[in-house]
Structures are given as structure tokens and as C-alpha cells.
Design a protein around this ligand. Structure first.
Ligand code: SF4
Length: 440
């Protein structure tokens, strides 16, 4: 998402316009993913479709960095007629390829660009929420993951730039800022937590200082700050009391992947030696409102029934509010492919289903406990000013991955709902992963 946004920002800044169709464009830029086999296939298909419909195609993104079976570049092997291929985070290379094939239209007036957010650029998300990438790459080497081989080691963005982008986004109307990276808790490790500057004051390049300053910047705008991809390191403990004050949302997206120490070791997970259950329980004591989202892998190579049962027990005890689970699927080039004990697909799928049954039970019980309470809801959709109701999210729901709050038509005639604004709502019921609420 953010690579596309950077490219779009630059294209708009240079006066290029976007087209909704392949046929209507002078050339097509395809941003690809090469992480899992399905994504590779989808990306290659999209390149093929763009070539058939338009003929002038530039390819960027992770797949562009991938080698083919016989060496060389996979994209070029499959689609020799593409104009240019770049790897990920290659805005300048993409722009060079665009310039070589389609001259700049005219000098732009940056301030006149629609959907622009000053230094933070163009956003593809709805105007009221935005993703803020704080670093790129990762220092870990999880055995199932090929991101470090495609994106390299962790490189933190300067704290001053990150905070300036945040301010520009809030200025532009963003009400929810989603902090993302491959490893948010490691922010600043690569620069030894160097002290940078923002607004004339020194600020350390470190997660705690980042979160505190983001909360300060968000406050006058009444906006939310939500943290994604946080690993359960001891340093995260410092953030939890701050979450309890409500200045940053008491929501943590912690990709745990498993609970059993031996499986975590085989996965080479960050913080695999930490006692995650105890840590989560301490976090909940310090911040009872805390909502935890996580993802897990069922049927990792060598996973025994006992190890899997450990995961189910963990899920019940840790009471993970929002959990997703993948049946293990080998990724081309991943070290995990060489771990002995690959399980049959049916068993991996069966374990995933058993995990999801437990996860859904935990989640449904947690949602039921909210019935009768009043929550603040950010409105995502409200046709006709919400006279017939709408859709929103509470602090417990990140966009696109969690549940929603279905808003009923307000009882008060004078009450309206507007996209990108907050409303208070009384929770009156649940519907699967979602809540049903009455705006008040
Ligand atoms: S932490 Fe592990 S799974 Fe996440 S990007 Fe780094 S290597 Fe991949």
C-alpha cells in the first residue's frame, strides 16, 4: 500500500494523471507481491492482463526482485515484453522508467493536488484513516518468511519525518492513524535509538517516544493512534500504562504465530523465549481495556498434536480478542521448507479449523460482554447522513482486518452520522464478529 502511495504521490506531483482502466492509460504500473505462491500467481496474471489490454507495462514490488527457476528475473522470464522491472521501495527507479517511456506532462502545483496530505503524500485509503510506515525491512529471520530476503534488514525512517507525516495526515482530516512496519517494537534499533528532532525538540527514535509524541500530535485533532506489528518484547511493557490513559488506543496487533516454545524455536520467532501468556496477563492487569489481535500458523512442519493442543490452550487462556489463522503453506525460498515433518494438507487444514472454532468462541464471548456498554465509534459509511444507519468501528476494530460496528438508524431525529466523524453508540447486540449499536 505505501509503496503505491509513494509512487502515486510522485506521479501526481509531476503532473501525471491516473486512469481507472488499463485501456485508458498511456502506460500501466503494476505493484506486485511475491510473498506467497497465490500472490505470485495473482501478480503474474495481472501483468499479463495489463500487457494484453495496454501493452506498455512497468512492474515494481517484491515480485520484481524474485529470481526465476533458471536464474534471471522471474517477471522478465514470464513476461519478456514489460518495459521495466524494479524491486520494492524503488519509487525513483519507477519514476525513471516512467520518464523514459512517458515524458513529464507539465510543472505541477503541488497544493492543487486532490487527496494530498502535504509531506505525507497521496493516500489510497479513505480520507479519515491512514497507514503510517515507520520503518522498512526486518532484522529477524523467521524460517517461514522471505520478507528480509526481499526487503533487507530494518531501516527506520527518521523520527522527524515520521512525526511530520503524522501531523500532515491529521491536518488533512485523518482521524485514525495506523502505525505499521515489519517490526514496530524494533523501531530505532538500527540507528541505536538516535535522538532526532521534531518541532524544535529532541525526540528519541524509539517506540515509546514515538507513541507518546504521536499521542500529543493527535490530541488536538481528537484522532486515534493504533499500533500494528508489535512483538512481545519487555520494552513493550512500557507502552501499556500509556495505553491505559487512553492517549493511544488500547489495541495491540501482536503477530504471535504459535505458543509452544519448540514450535516458536523452529520458526525462529522474535521474542520466542518470552513467556507470552504471563506477559499478556500482566498487560491486561495494567490495562483492562486492552484488545489484542494476533495471527497464528497451524500445522507448521513438525508440529505434534501435543504442541497444537498447547496452542489451543493458549488461545483460551490468553483470550486473544481477534485471531486469524493460516494453515501452514510452504513459501518458495523459505528456510522452513527444509524442516523435517511436513504435515499433510488435510491435517494442516483440520488444525486451522479447530483453532478457528476456539478463536471464534473466545471472540464471541468477548463481544457479548460489550452489550449494554457505550463506545466511541468512528463512522466509515453513512449513506443519507446515517438516517438509515451506517457502519463504523470502535477502538477494538482495525480497518479491513477486524470486525465492524453496525450502526442502527439514530433514535433522535436531529442526530446525523458523517463519514470520518465519531459518534457515541450504545451496544445492543452482536452479529458474528461484529457489534450492533444505536448511535446516541
Ligand atoms: S518478524 Fe519474521 S515474519 Fe515478520 S517480517 Fe521479520 S522475518 Fe518476516
Amino acid at each position: 500500500m505505501t509503496d503505491s502511495e509513494l509512487i502515486l504521490t510522485q506521479l501526481s506531483a509531476e503532473g501525471y494523471q491516473t486512469s481507472k482502466t488499463f485501456e485508458g492509460a498511456d502506460l500501466v504500473i503494476v505493484n506486485t507481491c511475491g510473498f506467497i505462491d497465490d500472490a505470485v500467481k495473482e501478480s503474474l496474471d495481472t501483468i499479463g492482463e495489463a500487457l494484453a489490454a495496454n501493452g506498455r507495462v512497468i512492474v515494481t514490488g517484491c515480485l520484481g526482485a524474485k529470481a526465476g527457476d533458471a536464474g534471471g528475473n522471474l517477471v522478465r522470464q514470464m513476461h519478456p515484453s514489460v518495459l521495466a522491472v524494479t524491486g520494492p521501495h524503488a519509487t525513483q527507479e519507477v519514476m525513471d522508467a516512467v520518464h523514459a517511456n512517458l515524458p513529464k506532462p507539465h510543472d505541477p502545483f503541488l497544493d492543487l493536488i486532490p487527496n494530498a496530505f502535504g509531506s505525507a503524500g497521496i493516500k489510497l485509503t479513505p480520507r479519515h484513516y491512514a497507514y503510517l510506515k515507520i520503518s522498512e525491512g526486518c532484522n529477524h529471520r523467521c524460517t517461514f518468511c522471505i520478507i528480509p530476503s526481499m526487503r533487507g534488514d530494518l531501516v527506520s525512517r527518521s523520527i522527524g519525518d515520521v512525526l511530520s507525516d503524522a501531523k500532515a495526515l491529521f491536518e488533512g482530516g485523518v482521524k485514525e492513524l495506523l502505525v505499521i512496519s515489519q517490526d514496530t517494537s524494533a523501531y530505532g534499533v538500527d540507528v541505536k535509538y538516535r535522538t532526532g528532532f521534531w518541532d524544535g525538540k529532541p525526540v528519541k527514535t524509539r517506540m515509546l517516544e514515538l507513541v507518546q509524541t504521536l499521542a500529543d500530535i493527535a490530541e488536538p485533532y481528537g484522532a486515534w493512534v493504533r499500533l500494528h506489528y508489535v512483538y512481545p518484547y519487555p520494552s513493550v511493557d512500557e507502552i501499556i500504562p500509556f495505553m491505559a490513559t487512553g492517549r493511544v488506543l488500547p489495541y495491540l496487533d501482536v503477530p504471535l504465530q504459535h505458543s509452544h516454545p519448540d514450535v516458536l524455536k523452529r520458526m525462529k520467532r522474535p521474542a520466542s523465549g518470552e513467556k507470552n501468556l504471563e506477559r499478556i496477563q500482566r498487560w491486561r492487569e495494567a490495562c483492562p481495556e486492552l484488545v489484542i489481535r494476533s495471527t497464528f500458523i497451524a500445522g507448521f512442519p513438525g508440529e505434534t498434536e501435543e504442541e497444537f493442543a498447547h496452542l489451543l490452550d493458549f488461545m483460551r487462556e490468553a483470550q486473544i480478542d481477534r485471531a486469524g489463522c493460516f494453515a501452514y503453506s510452504p513459501v518458495d525460498g523459505a528456510v522452513a521448507n527444509d524442516i523435517p515433518g511436513m504435515l499433510p494438507l488435510e491435517l494442516r487444514e483440520e488444525r486451522r479449523a479447530r483453532f478457528m472454532a476456539v478463536a471464534e468462541e473466545v471472540s464471541a464471548n468477548k463481544l457479548l460482554k460489550r452489550v449494554g456498554s457505550t463506545m466511541q465509534v468512528l463512522v466509515d459509511s453513512a449513506p443519507g447522513l446515517g438516517k438509515k444507519g451506517g457502519v463504523g468501528r470502535s477502538y477494538a476494530d482495525a480497518p479491513e482486518i477486524d470486525g465492524i460496528v453496525r450502526l442502527l438508524p439514530p433514535e433522535k431525529i436531529s442526530k446525523t452520522l458523517k463519514v470520518g466523524e465519531f459518534t457515541k453508540a450504545r451496544i445492543v447486540g452482536t452479529q458474528g464478529h461484529d457489534l450492533v449499536a444505536l448511535p446516541i
